[in-house]
Design a protein around this ligand. Structure first.
Ligand SMILES: [Zn+2]
Length: 391
């Protein structure tokens, strides 16, 4: 009897010790994850792939949609899992809500403030020029330039360097692509702020509509005039189109998700920087974890072990549509791919090397030094926090 009691007490004791050990490990993991999120928030970040309208605050779009009673706008205001088609339906609703110059300026001001508050130090924001109810496409771009100017005056360029890409919508007419490139040239010739702020073009829009080759001549004209292109590509499986994109050799690639072995080999041999947008990519591909992302582990882990790191930057794509931020995207990659803090700090500012702003400009030289200093401070704080957590 006494032996049975003793054995029972022993089992209960061991069970208690096990439960305590498991909960200690869980608490330690939660503390490490929270510390990593704080590191991602503190680190100076570079955002190269963000669409102005897609980054609008959902509350603002809902309010604007209510003001103008845009059909369908409210129906798309709730967040949820989205297919690629649903994303483009939501973009359509946002475009309908964003219908006046005042609305555009409000959204632009909020988007810039949100990125700056999140610790982004260099932002390339992209947008498709179009006529609104009260301004034409030129007026649209001028309104965005004015908003960036106001941000610079109010916040100072120490807060965040902002540059603008004009987007070409591949689902629209080719003639409009030519008009967009022409508009960029004209504005750069006429306005000093446009010459400084418009640094490139982007090809985007519904990947199941339009063909890259039809828009390549407009992108080539932009490139010849000193405006490099970032091209959304391989969002859907179309290896023939990806062949055409690689033959063109844009300055940067957006997403580049569906790549054949030959594409990967070609990119490794002659890298073109890739803008990865984790939550956007996983949402539209209906996948849940970064380990299931078609290319992230390859570019961020495999290549690092075997060769030099591939030029990849982490971006948000559309903070409003996907309910995310630059810090959240970085933390997602860091935690789900288990990156070490130094790698995360490198990744946060990696985009500085691939920015369209000239590398030797006064802003970039200052920015690089400041980002390096602030990343060192953030890493030191992170190490201190971890030591505290284990003490
Ligand atoms: Zn995009």
């Amino acid at each position: 009897m006494a032996g049975r009691i003793w054995a029972g007490t022993l089992v209960a004791g061991v069970a208690c010790l096990l439960v305590a050990a498991v909960s200690r490990v869980r608490r330690a993991r939660a503390r490490r994850e929270a510390a990593m999120r704080r590191l991602c928030k503190r680190l100076p970040k570079v955002e190269l792939h963000a669409h102005l309208a897609g980054c609008a605050r959902l509350a603002t779009i809902t309010e604007l949609a209510g003001e103008i009673a845009a059909p369908g706008a409210r129906a798309h205001a709730a967040l949820g899992k989205l297919t690629l088609d649903e994303c483009f339906a939501r973009f359509g609703a946002i475009h309908r809500a964003l219908s006046t110059e005042a609305a555009l300026k409000r959204v632009a001001a909020e988007v810039l403030a949100d990125f700056a508050a999140d610790g982004v130090r260099y932002l390339e924001i992209r947008t498709t020029p179009r006529a609104l109810r009260d301004v034409d496409a030129r007026g649209y771009v001028c309104a965005v330039l004015d908003s960036i100017g106001k941000f610079e005056r109010d916040a100072g360029d120490r807060a965040m360097v902002v540059r603008l890409l004009l987007s070409i919508d591949r689902s629209g007419p080719i003639a409009r692509a030519d008009e967009t490139v022409e508009l960029a040239h004209t504005l750069r010739a006429e306005r000093a702020d446009a010459r400084r702020l418009i640094v490139g073009v982007d090809l985007s829009g519904n990947p199941s509509k339009g063909r890259f080759v039809d828009f390549a001549p407009a992108l080539a004209r932009a490139r010849a005039a000193g405006l490099p292109a970032s091209v959304h590509c391989a969002e859907v499986e179309d290896h023939a189109e990806m062949d055409d994109v690689l033959a063109f050799r844009p300055a940067r690639l957006g997403h580049a998700l569906f790549l054949s072995a030959a594409h990967v080999e070609a990119l490794r041999a002659a890298p073109i920087p890739i803008e990865l947008c984790p939550t956007s990519n996983l949402t539209t591909l209906r996948r849940a974890h970064m380990r299931e992302h078609p290319t992230a582990a390859r570019w961020l882990l495999d290549d690092l072990r075997t060769t030099e790191a591939y030029p990849v930057s982490i971006s948000t794509d559309d903070t409003g549509v996907f309910g995310t931020s630059a810090s959240a995207e970085l933390a997602r990659v860091a935690l789900e791919l288990r990156l070490d803090p130094a790698h995360v700090a490198h990744l946060a500012a990696r985009g500085l090397h691939d920015a369209f702003e000239p590398a030797n400009s006064r802003e970039m030289l200052t920015l690089r030094a400041r980002c390096a200093r602030d990343a060192t401070i953030a890493l030191a704080l992170h190490a201190q926090e971890l030591r505290g957590a284990w003490a």
